[in-house]
Design a protein around this ligand. Structure first.
Ligand code: URA
Ligand code: CA
Length: 442
């Protein structure tokens, strides 16, 4: 097989066979294929797409670049959750203890933030002592004892994805449905769960800015999950504004604690309940979605998920006092505000701009190697549909370093669009995709 022939084949819109896709991934992963050839292949895939079989072969080739984690020693149906990425997305932090409190084990590997998106592992590291790099045995032990553990991916979790993602990032090929599906589903399948719940975000902060693209991505991910033997449910959620009020690592831990205390922002709480209800259903802890949801509402009311979060923090070496006293989390030295310059209603809050603003403050990484400041970030004081008057607060900015403050504030300010009329607000959940088909919002 000549790699160049395969590039030409894909470039001309022909389908690649299982053998050919295995060859592409294996040779690239082993360093046998130079980046310039793989870049041409990625761009051909970007333009020509792949059919469901090709995506399946791609996903499995990426899974097989590493090892499949064996979670079989943990009793029960293990359900994993993944989001295609958002801004201020604090969901996993609250969701894992909620689902564990209902008796469904959560063995989750999460990523770090890059660019305008945050990552669960960074957020957890704002809890003093919390270890995110654990051996597989220790990880499994914690899930058995506590019911939930969240760690960084082990190095043999679909290693081909790391190299491929880095190359996509610099070749304009991130927003390709087959490549996104291969990337996400290979990591989920290698992580060893029995069932998968996916949150496919759409809107200004998401990879799929258009709803119809997000729906397509969700359908293909569900198909691939089912084809490869995992029960899979996806929801398409609206990310036309950041989730909740907090954006920034320790600020988001505090927000997750609010949710676990049965308070907190409505949209974030709702997303946790929706994703959690699907997880309970797939995990066999609820007959249907409605039962799952009311179970979780009860769990939040009774505080069992709050206690579960503490147990998980203790098991991973973290300081559990922060759960009772979030003021012990790293906090920024200074706070300033941005204010409205006209009267009206908030029409839109551009998530990407907010994410970039938080990154400038130091909450996110410009490059993979960048250091982040866990204490800084943004608290929104207005959300889409809220009324605002001149000089009223739009957001608070928590910072330590004033070097990029002006730029960060400008970006933050420009993310708010204010208009005369109260806007029609889309629901948070735009569609649910499962084996039974697609249910779109009415
Ligand atoms: N998240 C991933 O892990 N991979 C992608 O390709 C896109 C989002
Ligand atoms: Ca948030």
């Amino acid at each position: 097989m000549r790699f160049c022939d395969l590039i030409i084949k894909k470039r001309n819109g022909l389908k690649l066979s299982e053998k050919e896709i295995d060859y592409v991934i294996k040779e690239f992963d082993e360093g046998e294929i130079p980046d310039y050839q793989m870049s041409a292949m990625l761009m051909s895939i970007y333009f020509q797409g792949m059919d469901i079989n090709e995506i399946k072969y791609l996903t499995m080739a990426m899974v097989n670049s590493g090892k499949i984690i064996d979670l079989s020693s943990i009793p029960g149906i293990k359900v994993d959750k993944h989001s295609t990425g958002g801004v201020g997305d604090t969901t996993t932090l609250a969701l894992a203890p909620m689902v564990a409190a209902a008796g469904v084990p959560v063995a989750k590997m999460s990523g770090r933030g890059l660019g305008h998106t945050g990552g669960t592992i960074d957020k957890l590291e704002s809890i003093k002592g919390f270890k995110t790099e654990l051996s597989l045995n220790k990880f499994i032990d914690i899930v058995k004892k506590v019911g939930a553990s969240i760690i960084s991916p082990t190095s043999d979790l679909a290693p081909a994805d790391k190299k491929l993602y880095a190359l996509r990032d610099v070749t304009g090929t991130i927003e390709s449905i087959p490549l996104i599906v291969g990337s996400i589903m290979s990591k989920k399948l290698a992580a060893g769960a029995d069932a998968i719940v996916l949150d496919v975000t759409t809107g200004s902060g998401a990879f799929m800015q258009e709803y119809k693209d997000a729906l397509k991505l969700g359908k293909i991910m569900v198909d691939i999950g089912l084809e490869l033997g995992k029960e899979t449910v996806a929801v398409v959620s609206n990310m036309d504004e950041p989730l909740g009020f907090a954006i920034g690592n320790s600020l988001e831990v505090k927000e997750a604690i609010d949710i676990l205390e049965n308070r907190g922002p409505k949209d974030l709480r709702n997303l946790c309940l929706v994703l959690g209800a699907h997880m309970l259903k797939l995990g066999g802890a609820a007959k249907n979605y409605e039962e799952g949801r009311s179970r979780l509402e009860k769990i939040l009311k009774e505080g069992t998920a709050f206690n579960k979060f503490k147990e998980m923090i203790a098991a991973q070496g973290g300081n559990t006092k922060v759960v009772d006293k979030p003021e012990l989390l790293p906090s920024a030295k200074y706070c300033t505000k941005i204010k409205a310059d006209i009267n009206g209603y908030i029409q839109k809050i551009d998530s990407r701009l907010i994410g970039e603003s938080a990154m400038l403050l130091g909450a996110g990484r410009e490059k993979k190697e960048s250091e982040i400041d866990l204490s800084v970030g943004i608290i929104l004081k207005r959300k889409v549909g809220n009324k605002v008057k001149i000089n009223e607060d739009l957001a608070e900015v928590y910072y330590n370093d004033s070097e990029k403050l002006k730029e960060a504030k400008n970006k933050l300010f420009s993310s708010f669009v204010i208009g005369d009329k109260k806007p029609k607000k889309l629901p948070l959940i735009l569609a649910t995709i499962s084996q039974e088909g697609v249910k779109e919002w009415e």
